[in-house]
Design a protein around this ligand. Structure first.
Ligand SMILES: Cc1cc2nc3c(=O)[nH]c(=O)nc-3n(C[C@H](O)[C@H](O)[C@H](O)COP(=O)(O)OP(=O)(O)OC[C@H]3O[C@@H](n4cnc5c(N)ncnc54)[C@H](O)[C@@H]3O)c2cc1C
Length: 385
């Protein structure tokens, strides 16, 4: 594919920039502007924009692979990229022709970076409801919303924002709107000082502004459909790919260290071999699950909204979020204090562990298990896709 040819060298270049700045952006909890510029310079922000609009026309599977590769060096950069692509895909698949034609060529040509605004203070991570109401007059939509966690919000060129639909009858009538940064008054209203994912710079923001009425993505009140068909699948598979890439990178660095003869590690130790086997087995399991779910989506044979497909997608998220962090935790045990636990160790296991600790929280696993329980009851025959 055209994009794959173009991205091999380009990806190596972006990874080199990412590696160079990863320690600093983590330490300072600042946005990785150097890596974003490198992505921009090589056209990656238009990766999933269809070629008819000037993008690279890559598939979701290719996007997941790139997100995983970036995450080997810095999970924050991988997640920033995956989340941007998820936003772009929502426009590709759900915006009407006018909005697609206006926005997609700009994303590809000007390499616009899009941020996501779904979380709200009162409802936490619940994706399918919203409290802040979108108001409208004849030609304008008025946005006035607090957003507690906005990855890259200080640097984004555009925002996809969920809000309660105009004239909504309940909190689950949610609309998704697109707004250019220039159409908004966006201000940071706090800091970002987390345990991990520090370079995502996911600050709280106040977002106010007026946008033309036709910047709604899909129909008013119909965000549920966008969430089920695009947002959730791409989030679960994109994030899981980042988590897998981070843990793959950690294992690869550990194996290189072990094979370095200067380290004088006993490579016949049964305990060491058992730990390595278990780590690799966990990663292969996550990889297989991602691959299978990606194939199911690409084949388009099963209705994505059915309980079986939803359960599979949720299983990807739940399994990857638990297994990848467990792998890195075990690698720290295996590597020991000097290589495993020190912040300046070349293995970078402590950063990987801190970053991966966010996986269960990034759309809470408890929330997902509660949804899964109800889905299990709906799939009476217990058949898998
Ligand atoms: C690195 C990172 C980047 C992010 N970037 C963005 C972004 O760019 N834009 C954005 O909008 N959001 C972003 N988020 C937020 C994310 O999407 C989730 O909304 C957020 O992580 C959930 O936070 P929470 O735990 O406070 O909320 P909740 O999911 O509301 O959970 C709060 C508590 O309630 C519990 N709980 C919730 N529901 C149930 C249930 N049904 N049963 C039992 N217990 C339950 C949870 O276990 C948890 O203890 C980001 C998060 C992270 C970690």
């Amino acid at each position: 594919m055209k994009a794959a040819v173009r991205t091999d060298d380009a990806l190596a270049e972006v990874r080199a920039v990412t590696r160079e700045h990863a320690d600093t952006t983590d330490r300072e909890a600042r946005f990785p502007i150097e890596a974003l510029d490198a992505l921009r310079n090589r056209g990656f922000l238009g990766l999933v924009v269809p070629s008819e609009y000037g993008g690279l026309g890559a598939t979701p599977a290719e996007m997941f692979t790139i997100a995983a590769e970036l995450s080997r060096d810095c999970m924050s950069v991988g997640m920033i990229f995956a989340m941007h692509c998820q936003q772009v895909m929502a426009v590709v698949e759900h915006a009407d022709r006018r909005l697609r034609t206006a926005l997609l060529p700009r994303i590809a040509r000007d390499q616009l970076y899009l941020a996501s605004v779904t979380t709200e203070a009162g409802k936490g991570g619940h994706l399918l409801t919203s409290q802040a109401e979108l108001t409208r007059d004849a030609s304008t939509l008025h946005i006035d919303r607090f957003a507690p966690v906005v990855t890259g919000g200080a640097y984004a060129d555009g925002f996809l924002i969920t809000m309660r639909a105009p004239d909504a009858r309940s909190g689950s009538d949610v609309s998704l709107v697109y707004a250019d940064r220039t159409q908004l008054d966006v201000s940071a209203v706090g800091d970002w000082n987390p345990l991990g994912m520090r370079a995502t710079h996911s600050i709280p923001m106040k977002i106010v502004g007026d946008i033309p009425a036709d910047q709604v993505v899909g129909r008013h009140g119909a965000f549920r459909d966008i969430a089920v068909r695009t947002f959730a699948p791409l989030a679960h598979l994109g994030w899981a790919s980042c988590w897998l890439g981070t843990a793959d990178g950690a294992l690869a660095r550990t194996v290189r260290m072990l094979r370095d003869t200067r380290q004088r590690r006993d490579l016949n130790s049964e305990l060491l071999l058992h730990r390595l086997s278990q780590a690799r087995q966990r990663l292969d399991t996550v990889h297989a699950l991602i691959q299978h779910a990606t194939d199911v989506l690409a084949a388009g044979v099963a209705d994505i909204s059915t309980p079986r497909v939803q359960l599979l997608l949720n299983a990807v998220k739940l399994t990857a979020s638990k297994e990848c962090v467990a792998v890195v935790d075990d690698l720290i045990e295996l590597a020991g204090l000097r290589h495993g636990y020190l912040c300046d160790s070349a293995l970078k296991l402590e950063r990987a562990l801190r970053d991966l600790r966010s996986a269960s929280l990034n759309y809470g696993n408890d929330r997902l298990h509660a949804a899964d329980g109800a889905l299990v009851l709906m799939d009476r025959d217990v058949r898998h896709v």
